[in-house]
Ligand binder design. Sequence first.
Ligand code: FAD
Ligand code: SF4
Length: 523
Amino acid sequence: MESQNHYDVIIVGSGAGGGTLTYHLASSGKRILLLERGDYVPREKDNWNSRVVNAEGKYNTKETWRDKDGKELHPHTNYYVGGNTKFYGAALFRLRKEDFGEIRHFGGVSPAWPISYENLEPYYVKAEQLYHVHGQRGEDPTEPPASAPYPHPPVSHEPRIQQLHDDFKRLGLRPFHVPLGVQLDEKNQHVSKCIRCSTCDGFPCLVYAKSDAQVLCVDPALAYPNVSLVTNALVRRLETDASGREVTRVIVERDGQTATFSGSIVVVSCGAINSAALLLRSANDNHPRGLANGSDVVGRHYMGHVNSVLMAISKCLNPTVFQKSLAVNDFYFGSKEWNYPMGHISFVGKLDGDALRGGAPALVPGWTLDQMGRHSLDFWLTSEDLPDPNNRVTIDRDGKIVLSYTPNNDEGHKRLIEKLKSLMKQQTKCGIHGHECHEGLFSRNLYVGQRIPLAGVAHQNGTIRFGHDPKTSALDQNCKAHGVDNLYVVDGSFFPSSAAVNPALTIMANALRVGDHLLERLK
Ligand SMILES: Cc1cc2nc3c(=O)[nH]c(=O)nc-3n(C[C@H](O)[C@H](O)[C@H](O)COP(=O)(O)OP(=O)(O)OC[C@H]3O[C@@H](n4cnc5c(N)ncnc54)[C@H](O)[C@@H]3O)c2cc1C
Ligand code: SF4
């Protein structure tokens, strides 16, 4: 007789990868169990309180990791139903077509993926539909070919951002609307779920209008009687049969008790760092270096992007509420003067004094943090970091995660910052001070640059790479573990290279692709 604790598919982790996959499999009628270490994000006014969310870090995990020198690390990550999509900025980009091939960077080589852009393209379309992406094709100069339009019109720019757009255009750039997963209906505001607020990027959406994995995937999946979710279920270990070729038991810690489940197929999707940690912790006689780690790549090649928040502070106020609508990719693959990729320029959500207190830049002389927040344009710059085998996740003697990372490939990033500085100095379109403002901007334009520190693991990826060769990758093309017949990974771990745009849409699209493979297999 089959045990009540046996499922056709067990999915561990309910974020961009696991949540999307659960939704995709739900209508199959198969018995599906979703295990999530966190609970639902409580719906409360604090969701939108900048001080509570940023300065106090109310929703961040309190777990600590260590860096390579053994120093304690407080990771900026979140364990909830929906994973980090509950907190993300919902900028939902496709990787560029070229990102799937090998790219030469100043700092080394970004390796090719085992699948092509064309393999993923139909799933990008589906992911954009599922996550209600608002955007405009044809504006972004590096945009890959798409077989369908965005399902919703772009999110409009507020006046200060439109002014910046006009300045950038005048300077010969091709700024574009960020593809965004917010359920905003600007034409019919009275029925719009999204109210276009200033507390989106980094905050959970109190009105459930952000396109996150809980609202759009986990909740609808749970409407099917064959799908179950267990929250506060921390998966500690995966055990295999005697041959080591099949995961037979999923060991869960819940409310201080141990529970065991089994699945014909087990899918790990805990985020790139926790998934690697889970496989490493699941070492056994057949897998002495960690489950599915015959190649010794599990945990290695951690990438998290070279990211900076750069505040351009000007004489003018920046009254923008929803700032994250504009991006620039003109330097993604390089520039006239520099023949190597530099990266992507866009925005974070509007910073305020409280947000700045939570990860404070050095105070600009003569300015309070509140003033800085009122006058700043808050840029987010992303460049690609390269997969270095020594940048890795390991487990120390106490069972704690250790994240060892040495930055690489930052010359392109430095040049991207210089580009932005020079562009900002050439602004002329201020409607308040006219050209005077432009002069004033020169003297008072202050750039407070802060490389995101190691604890900023928002864009974590790459630790369980997929590939053709079991000697150099842990997963095959379908994201199945090379050495284990029923184990899959669908979070950001599978990336062999990180590209320089935000990762979530690619994780979602890939989960749909792997989902099709699983549906075929489960037939
Ligand atoms: C503030 C912020 C802003 C961001 N903005 C953007 C953006 O604008 N665009 C973009 O593309 N990306 C953005 N990201 C990144 C994006 O959220 C991630 O790329 C994406 O959520 C990763 O998906 P995932 O499936 O790999 O992992 P996650 O979404 O992190 O999901 C992993 C899940 O696994 C659970 N879990 C972990 N370990 C275990 C375990 N042992 N047992 C059971 N469950 C476990 C976690 O609780 C979590 O729910 C942002 C992230 C943050 C934090
Ligand atoms: S209402 Fe709109 S802008 Fe505000 S958090 Fe929700 S999705 Fe984001």
